[in-house]
Design a protein around this ligand. Structure first.
Ligand SMILES: Cc1cc2nc3c(=O)[nH]c(=O)nc-3n(C[C@H](O)[C@H](O)[C@H](O)COP(=O)(O)OP(=O)(O)OC[C@H]3O[C@@H](n4cnc5c(N)ncnc54)[C@H](O)[C@@H]3O)c2cc1C
Length: 302
């Protein structure tokens, strides 16, 4: 039997076939995934992993697609969303165990309502806990990795593990997950008790600041990693790139390190613009910018 048929048999919720990834990324670009799947349980997920291993089917883990640029040819094989099985959140004293698919915003507001402080910096960062752990998302000098007690994972061969925060070697927008083929299932974060009003005031202040600073057009947040001591936005602005555009993609006038989908941009437009920005910064500063966003999928169209 073809693997596609086996996949339909395993999954309670039918997979989405040839699903445009533009529907699942904040950039709103990206060609189709052969299959986008939503397993309902760890048992179902384990069976999918057995199949992908046996048949050598490529697998890609999707969070909320807010740090992702999917090329126009889409993604071959299976794209996995944990939205139906890892969206829980349990409190125990000052710690929270939360599923990888839980939106960071939900996590932050739930913690605030319980008078737990530590997640205020995540206010306004879109995406899921899993994506935040993978990327070690951060803002205002704090990163999610600093709060991590442990993370539960299952690797692509089906082995489950619990890893301590220290093992995961979190650093600037980096975690050990980025060198592995692994699915983050949930994480335990350690917070501190605080005053609800103070926590909510801080979160609101951060949100207001972000709303004023960040463009409203679709984007994937900061495109390039900051260079030590020199924010990428500064380098890009000083290289005269603000407002530059290709097709429907534009370097934001508001924030030099954001590329926005101004009008029906393709991934090709965005990638071409990224190359020009990189070259300009190299010419001006002899600095090679590296992407922060994850670029995946095939070129061209499927
Ligand atoms: C307007 C805007 C503002 C932003 N501001 C910030 C900011 O201030 N600070 C910051 O750090 N980021 C920021 N970002 C980027 C982004 O929101 C974060 O990186 C976020 O944590 C990504 O989460 P996600 O669920 O969307 O992950 P995705 O974009 O879906 O995935 C990102 C990577 O994580 C992997 N991944 C996701 N979930 C899992 C999982 N369960 N298991 C294994 N791998 C997984 C994916 O394979 C991919 O490689 C911003 C983005 C936008 C659009």
């Amino acid at each position: 039997m073809a693997w596609q048929k086996k996949l339909y048999r395993i999954l309670k919720k039918p997979p989405l076939k040839d699903e445009p990834m533009s529907r699942h990324t904040s950039m709103k670009v990206g060609g189709p995934a052969d299959f986008l799947i939503y397993p309902q349980s760890i048992e179902e997920l384990s069976r999918v992993l057995k199949l992908t291993q046996k048949e050598a089917i490529p697998l890609y883990v999707l969070g909320q697609g807010t740090n992702l640029l999917v090329r126009d040819g889409g993604i071959r094989g299976i794209v996995l969303s944990l939205a139906d099985m890892c969206s829980f959140c349990d409190f125990s004293n000052n710690s929270i165990r939360a599923g990888a698919a839980l939106p960071l915003s939900t996590l932050g507001s739930k913690a605030a309502k319980r008078g737990l402080s530590g997640l205020e910096f995540t206010t306004g960062i879109p995406g899921s806990l899993g994506g935040a752990l993978y990327m070690n998302a951060g803002a205002y000098g704090v990163t999610i990795g600093e709060l991590v007690q442990e993370v539960s994972t299952i690797d692509f061969t089906g082995n489950c593990k619990i890893r301590s925060g220290r093992e995961l070697k979190f650093s600037y927008r980096w975690s050990a997950f980025q060198e592995e083929e692994v699915i983050i299932l949930d994480g335990v974060l350690e917070l501190i008790s605080g005053d609800i009003n103070k926590i909510e005031r801080k979160a609101k202040m951060i949100l207001d600041e972000r709303l004023a600073k960040h463009p409203l057009y679709p984007s994937a947040g900061s495109v390039f990693r900051n260079y030590p001591g020199k924010p990428a936005g500064f380098l890009i602005e000083q290289s005269g790139c603000k407002g530059m555009s290709i097709g429907g993609a534009q370097v934001s006038l508001q924030h030099g390190n954001f590329i926005i989908n101004r009008e029906n941009a393709t991934a090709g437009d965005i990638l071409a613009l990224m190359e020009i920005v990189k070259q300009k910064v190299k010419d001006n500063f002899q600095i090679e910018l590296e992407p922060e966003i994850k670029v995946v999928g095939e070129n061209g169209s499927k």
